[in-house]
Ligand binder design. Structure first.
Ligand code: SAM
Length: 312
């Protein structure tokens, strides 16, 4: 099927615009996760003629959609947002990260993200790079599989699932489809969580791992400190506790003065961020778009670079 059939409803759109707009409409904004451009288009609609919007996405289908935007203020980069640090220092008035997968990715069986639809077991955001989940599961040790499923899926039955995958590949060869994996996991998970498919945690874990999602997030957050100008806003939407914990701890760590333990008499490093709060979607938004239900938006403001002696 043509990729144009797959759509995505932007989450917490008004709240994101409010967070970024506080910086006016003339600056340079970064949409680190273009997806289907719901947030980008809304930012562009309010951007001044001299403003700029630089978007990133790993996914070639998202990039192809972005390339249709005919607007001199807009540009798209086909790379991980871990590279936002390549932008000039203190150049951005706002950085948005809307983490995870888009509906366009998850609803397309050919991308292999969902246990609900049968398709090739892939899950790469950029299918041209790295290993697919099927390739990785064909070669990983039981211990590696169990660690990934436990650490990134917070799955109690991680070891049993890894053993089941190993047993199956020894007898019938590697798993190649989402339906095969979902069925195998359902057999290995001995208790049921209400309203949750038994494969949910395993699919989440494998997706996070194969796309290095948490590593990219850590890098992009660190880089955003350099890229945001003084007063610039960081807005991050996360969809599960592993991501949100990283964002929350990052903002908390940079929202206080820090003392270098190796140089206890040096003046403390001033705070780099000021936390502006946490926003959840309204009941009305969740009713209209159930995929918004687990979203958490955290917003922080960059404090002065001059205070830190960093390049402005
Ligand atoms: C939740 S969607 C964004 C939806 C978008 N805000 C919209 O309104 O259409 C997340 C997007 O981020 C992309 N993505 C995830 N991790 C990425 C990374 N490390 N670097 C670049 N893009 C990434 C995915 O390919 C996906 O298209």
């Amino acid at each position: 099927m043509e990729h144009t059939e797959w759509t995505h409803t932007p989450v917490l759109l008004d709240e994101v615009l409010e967070a970024l707009q506080a910086q006016g409409s003339r600056g340079t904004f970064v949409d680190a996760t273009f997806g289907r451009g719901g947030h980008s288009r809304a930012v562009l609609a309010q951007l001044a003629p001299e403003g700029r919007l630089i978007a990133f996405d790993k996914d070639p289908e998202a990039v192809a959609q972005a390339q249709r935007i005919d607007d001199a203020r807009f540009s798209i980069r086909h790379e991980s947002f871990a590279h936002i640090g390549d932008l000039p220092s203190a150049s951005a008035s706002g950085v948005l990260m809307d983490l995870g997968v888009s509906s366009a990715q998850i609803d397309n069986p050919a991308r292999g993200f969902s246990f609900r639809f049968d398709g090739p077991l892939d899950m790469r955001m950029d299918p041209a790079r790295g290993l697919s989940v099927a390739q990785w599961l064909a070669q990983a040790s039981v211990r590696q599989m169990a660690e990934v499923i436990r650490d990134y899926g917070e799955e109690r039955f991680a070891f049993q699932i890894a053993k089941a995958i190993d047993a199956r590949r020894q007898v019938r060869g590697p798993i190649s489809t989402t339906a095969e994996l979902a069925q195998l996991v359902a057999g290995a998970v001995k208790t049921r969580e209400p309203g949750k498919d038994p494969a949910t945690r395993t699919f989440q874990a494998l997706r996070i791992f194969i796309n290095a999602e948490l590593e990219d997030l850590q890098q992009a957050l660190a880089a955003s400190l350099r890229v945001l100008r003084s007063g610039g806003r960081l807005a991050v939407i996360s969809f599960h506790s592993l991501e949100d914990r990283i964002v929350k701890q990052f903002i908390a760590r940079h929202s206080r003065e820090t003392v270098d333990r190796r140089a206890p008499f040096a003046p403390p490093k001033p705070m780099a961020l000021c936390a502006l709060g946490r926003v959840r979607p309204s009941a009305a938004e969740v009713a209209a778009n159930p995929r918004a239900r687990s979203a958490i938006l955290r917003v922080a403001q960059r404090t002065s670079h001059l205070l830190e002696g960093a390049p402005a």
